[in-house]
Design a protein around this ligand. Structure first.
Ligand code: SAM
Length: 266
């Protein structure tokens, strides 16, 4: 499918939950968030309806995100359901890695291709500070388990304040090199202020080549992370909501006053 600016849209990012087992300082307020009522969260069947409609329109790439996707009950089953679609050529997940050690092999066996693990520093205390209580050793064991399980590629998402020469970024880059993993540096963004940047080592942030639509955990199709527009799949049906999002995808991001990274999925 092509949007009105002739960009080929083939990538659907699915946020499967707004819940997270971490509280990263740049992503969530310290006091936590008002969680979506369970009745609002799409069931796997509803998510698959959207995936099928997206496939019919030309989507061949899906990434599962959150919140933290590994806290969604039955996530391996959802991966299996999506991976079983022959049209999906590329199935990835973005995770904070806290539960990855136990999930890496089941995810691979369910058909997940690739995984991105968020890791902003190699300093255990700083990691715990940034994530408000996360255990870096769990992440490192999760990364190792992912490589051993054969997920490929395993990439690191490293949020930086400004520059890749920050000491934490340099250390993460060295760790990536040592482990043979690609590191993507994501400059800290602000949805409300409309501050977004091209991802160093990735494809995000460049509006002219954006190929994405997003599905939030409560069933909104969003044409753009940096825009308030969203179309409810329960209200319009999956096909129509996707069509509206495609037709209204803006040429470039501006601001998003209502959404947050933790419920849209970064
Ligand atoms: N919980 C998972 C994780 O931590 O990877 C998936 C969801 S998280 C919202 C997805 C990505 O968004 C992470 O790599 C995270 O670092 C990034 N992210 C969150 N807030 C951000 C911000 N303000 N600026 C840039 N990236 C952000």
């Amino acid at each position: 499918m092509f949007d009105s600016f002739n960009r080929r849209i083939n990538y659907l990012r699915i946020s499967v939950t707004d819940r997270c087992n971490l509280r990263c300082t740049y992503c969530m307020p310290a006091e936590g968030i008002v969680l979506m009522p369970h009745s609002e969260i799409l069931s796997f069947e509803e998510i698959i309806e959207v995936v099928d409609a997206a496939i019919a329109m030309g989507v061949d790439k899906v990434r599962i995100t959150g919140g933290e996707p590994l806290v969604r009950k039955g996530i391996v089953n959802l991966v299996e359901m999506i991976a079983s679609k022959p049209a999906i050529l590329d199935l990835g997940m973005t995770t904070n890695g806290q539960l990855l050690e136990q999930f890496a092999l089941p995810l691979k066996n369910a058909g997940l291709h690739r995984i991105n693990v968020s890791l902003d520093t190699l300093n255990p205390e700083k990691y715990s500070q940034i994530t408000r209580g996360g255990d870096i050793n769990k992440v490192l064991r999760g990364i190792k388990a992912s490589v051993e399980a054969g997920l490929s590629p395993v990439k690191i998402n490293c949020v930086i304040v400004k520059s890749t020469s920050e000491p934490d970024a340099v250390e993460v880059a060295e760790y990536g090199k040592k482990m043979g993993l690609q590191v993507r540096f994501i400059r800290q963004m602000d949805l409300e202020k409309g501050e977004f940047y091209i991802v160093d080592g990735g494809s995000g942030g460049d509006c002219s080549t954006c190929n994405r639509l997003r599905l939030t955990a409560n069933g909104m199709i969003k044409p753009c992370l940096f825009n308030d527009m969203e179309y409810n799949v329960r209200e319009h049906g999956a096909v129509q909501a996707l069509q509206y999002a495609l037709g209204n995808k803006p040429s470039c991001g501006t601001v998003n006053k209502h959404g947050e990274f933790y419920n849209i999925g970064g």
